[in-house]
Design a protein around this ligand. Structure first.
Ligand code: F6R
Length: 366
């Protein structure tokens, strides 16, 4: 059942190329280089009426929502708020008939997310579910559904569901962006072209993970770890920290790199592992200067950057390279080494990778 893998989590990490391909296939016209959603019955008119989008989810799905906010705001030019479901449902949100509420849930059964969906509907919002389980409660109750086709996810720690959620959010943003007239056809073509390469690029990345195993062994006994990034890299850093915490029990925190000196820098001491994501070129110099700040405090810095960006080697102790790609596609690849780091760190520490203590796969109670 684990297909030759030691754990479901590792199997699911390796299933990501297929999961992404399956999630893309029916929505992507590779010849025309456009995105379409045959399952959505929105008119351009209706989409133009939407003046605010709420994205609501828990845990890893919430982290996918944060990435989704960047996508939707930048490509579709609609203001987006991202909420943790257990907060949204009790905070009397300013949702109305011109809002669209997108709930993201792998299982489609998370109690807080379901309650948030009901609350959004009660307030008159249009609703859309991004979920992996056909016929789940959330799929049944939302006005519209976009399925991720990750296949069954058994490990408690979400991996392939997350990357397919990112993909679904990106495709949605492109689609809404075109229908609202906020994105050029050229930009769409560029992104679609980039997307078609991603499954194969990830497949190649997964063929060589020796470097990550070495880091996991070397730093697996640390008490703390920090993840830094700006913009989309920050959103991915949040997911990297959660993965490490939940399966290896190493205390991990993600910070927007610029926020470091407002407090957390006090915790950066000699030997602390700091993972710095540096894939977003518009904020690259700023990120590198934050990297130098932690390096000056003798942290052990592992940078994640694009192939060919050898300048990172001047500042970081180690560099993990990901294939060079569009800034919006980088999260799909940058999260991979973070998933693997968490997995191999957990293994080194003898943790129960697929069933971390105190956690359940689907949280159907509040
Ligand atoms: C972390 C993880 C959880 C879930 C969260 C939401 O790896 O799996 O944080 O993402 O419980 O679950 P779904 O997506 O099923 O609503």
């Amino acid at each position: 059942e684990k297909g030759g893998f030691e754990h479901f989590m590792l199997k699911e990490i390796y299933e990501q190329p297929k999961a992404l391909r399956d999630t893309m296939t029916s929505r992507l016209d590779a010849a025309a280089k456009t995105i379409g959603f045959p399952e959505l019955n929105w008119t351009a008119e209706e989409l133009r009426e939407i003046n605010k989008i709420f994205i609501v989810a828990c845990g890893t799905a919430y982290h996918a929502g944060i990435v989704g906010k960047y996508y939707l705001e930048q490509l579709a030019r609609v203001p987006v708020e991202v909420d943790i479901a257990s907060e949204f449902r009790y905070r009397d949100p300013l949702v109305d008939g011109n809002s669209l509420t997108i709930v993201i849930s792998q299982s489609g059964e998370t109690s807080d997310t379901l309650a948030a969906l009901r609350e959004a509907k009660r307030l008159g919002s249009r609703t859309l579910a991004v979920t992996n389980v056909v016929g789940s409660s959330i799929a049944r109750e939302a006005d519209q559904v976009v399925y991720t086709y990750a296949g069954p996810e058994i490990a408690v720690a979400s991996t392939k569901a997350y990357t397919t959620q990112l993909l679904a959010m990106l495709m949605l943003a492109i689609y809404v962006g075109r229908l609202r007239g906020s994105m050029s056809a050229e930009r769409e073509q560029e992104l679609v072209r980039g997307l078609t390469f991603v499954p194969e690029q990830i497949h190649k990345m997964l063929e060589n993970v020796d470097q990550i195993k070495v880091f996991a062994r070397e730093y697996g006994s640390s008490e703390d770890a920090f993840f830094l990034g700006r913009s989309l890299d920050y959103a991915v850093a949040l997911e990297g920290a959660l993965k490490l915490k939940e399966i290896s029990y190493i205390h991990a925190e993600a910070y927007a790199a610029g926020e470091l000196k407002h407090g957390t820098l006090a915790l950066i001491v000699s030997g602390v592992p700091v993972i710095v994501l540096a894939t977003q070129m518009d904020v690259y110099d700023k990120t590198v200067s934050n990297l130098q700040e932690v390096k000056a405090r003798e942290a052990v810095v592992i940078a994640i950057g694009f192939e060919g960006d050898t300048s990172l080697e001047k500042y970081a102790d180690h560099v993990i390279y990901i294939p060079r790609t569009d800034k919006y596609l980088a999260p799909l690849m940058a999260v991979l080494p973070l998933q693997l780091l968490a997995y191999y760190a957990a293994l080194t520490r003898g943790c129960d990778v697929d069933k971390p203590r105190n956690l359940a796969k689907s949280v159907t109670v509040e």
